[in-house]
Design a protein around this ligand. Structure first.
Ligand SMILES: Nc1nc2c(ncn2[C@@H]2O[C@H](COP(=O)(O)OP(=O)(O)OP(=O)(O)O)[C@@H](O)[C@H]2O)c(=O)[nH]1
Ligand SMILES: [Mg+2]
Length: 381
């Protein structure tokens, strides 16, 4: 995916932090949610609209091709390392199954099918992979298990590439580029917003964060902490305020300030709760009233550890607010990264980012080829 983040907003591989920078950032993980909860209860909720204008550090001038080849290798190694759990429940098991086998028999195919299901590739995706393998076998196109593994990799790559063709998204002629971030509770929306904002700032964009999660005071504070760390403005009102009103005021402010990118946080909600989904529709409508065409991106954040439930989240959020991009978080903590393959196959929604850790630098542009390579990498290779 050479998506719009890279082309239009100058976010891309060249802005990945250099290796020594990554390690420094990693020293300071973002405050844990629990700690935020505690401070939030002690401090009274702000009463009026609050704009935290944080002194902004000079954004670095992006240097195209500034990454040395070794750095790219290190970054890939990091992705590979973070996908280790998925790999060990998936490709390593396939390798174990195939070890020492010379022929592909029905028993081997049944075992392979079980591995695919367990790695959360989903019934439909597994079925399609197995049908294709059996068809090739019938046509004598598969000589041995190694050839079968190659087919598996090609087919999975094809599924993932199928979501690599996003509709062309264009930066507005004037006014900010508005991203609305949605998803169920605790999937990593606020964390992803912080990481994303960091990317934009590093590429020289001015960014404003909007605390559209007015449900919990702690949610506002969490966003403010991110704002302070990155050096971007955070617009917030008292907790309990109407999120649509907060967002409306914030967009007005952003338009006046000529902010490049506005990222709106929303409260986590169960995709099956009709009234909460209606509230989300309203927030979206209000954005369009203030800035025609906004939001330019509705980003759904899905926690990869939730497995197949992510599919119904993508379906119901899309029905409600027309999701235009996905971020899959917590791929570092799950053995069920196969969900990525299933989501790509089921939906024509591009995956913009993957979250592979809690640190600021743990958000990667999603690259289908790189992901497949990391997934199929030999252990230790
Ligand atoms: N390991 C890991 N943890 C993550 C990742 N992304 C987010 N988290 C953690 O997930 C937890 C929840 O993250 P939040 O950003 O608060 O989630 P949220 O969706 O905003 O939650 P609500 O606002 O309550 O709906 C935090 O502890 C994050 O540090 C990731 O990619 N990997
Ligand atoms: Mg949140």
């Amino acid at each position: 995916m050479l998506g719009w983040f890279k082309k239009k907003l100058k976010i891309g591989k060249q802005e990945e932090p250099a290796v020594d920078e990554i390690s420094r950032e990693d020293e300071a993980p973002v405050a844990a949610a629990a700690a935020i909860e505690t401070t939030a209860r002690k401090s009274p909720a702000p009463q009026a609209a609050e704009v935290r204008e944080t002194p902004r550090p000079e954004p670095p001038v992006p240097k195209p091709n500034s990454i040395l080849h070794e750095d790219v290798g290190v970054l890939f190694g990091r992705l590979k390392e973070r996908l280790a759990k998925t790999r060990s429940s998936f490709i390593s098991k396939v390798d174990e199954l195939f070890l020492g086998k010379k022929v592909i028999d029905p028993e081997l195919l049944d075992d392979l099918e079980e591995i695919l299901i367990t790695a959360d590739l989903g019934v439909g995706t597994t079925q399609e992979l197995m049908d294709s393998a059996r068809e090739k076998l019938r046509r004598n196109e598969l000589s041995d298990p190694l050839a079968l593994k190659k087919v598996l990799k090609e087919k999975i790559a094809a599924f993932i590439h199928s979501s690599d063709a996003p509709a062309e998204l264009v930066m507005p002629g004037e006014g900010p580029f508005v991203i609305m971030v949605v998803g169920v509770n605790g999937v990593g929306k606020t964390t992803t917003i912080g990481k994303m904002a960091h990317k934009f700032v590093k590429s020289g964009q001015s960014v404003m964060l909007v605390a559209g999660d007015t449900f919990r005071a702690a949610a506002v504070e969490q966003l403010q902490i991110w704002g302070e760390r990155i050096g971007v403005d955070v617009i917030a009102q008292r907790s309990g305020a109407d999120p649509s009103a907060v967002v409306y005021d914030a967009l007005e402010h952003a338009a006046k300030k000529k902010t490049d990118v506005v990222i709106v946080d929303t409260a986590g909600r169960l995709h099956t709760k009709v009234n909460l989904m209606e509230e989300l529709k309203k927030i979206k409508r209000v954005m369009g009233k203030k800035i025609p065409g906004a939001p330019h991106e509705v980003m759904l954040v899905i926690d990869a550890t939730t497995g197949q439930n992510g599919i119904s989240q993508a379906r119901l959020f899309s029905e409600a607010v027309e999701v235009t991009g996905l971020t899959l978080t917590k791929l570092d903590g799950t053995a069920k990264g196969g969900i990525v393959v299933n989501i790509c196959r089921e939906f024509n929604i591009p995956i913009r980012f993957i979250g592979i850790g809690e640190k600021m630098s743990d958000l990667r542009d999603f690259d289908a080829d790189e992901f497949v390579e990391a997934l199929f990498a030999e252990n230790g290779a």
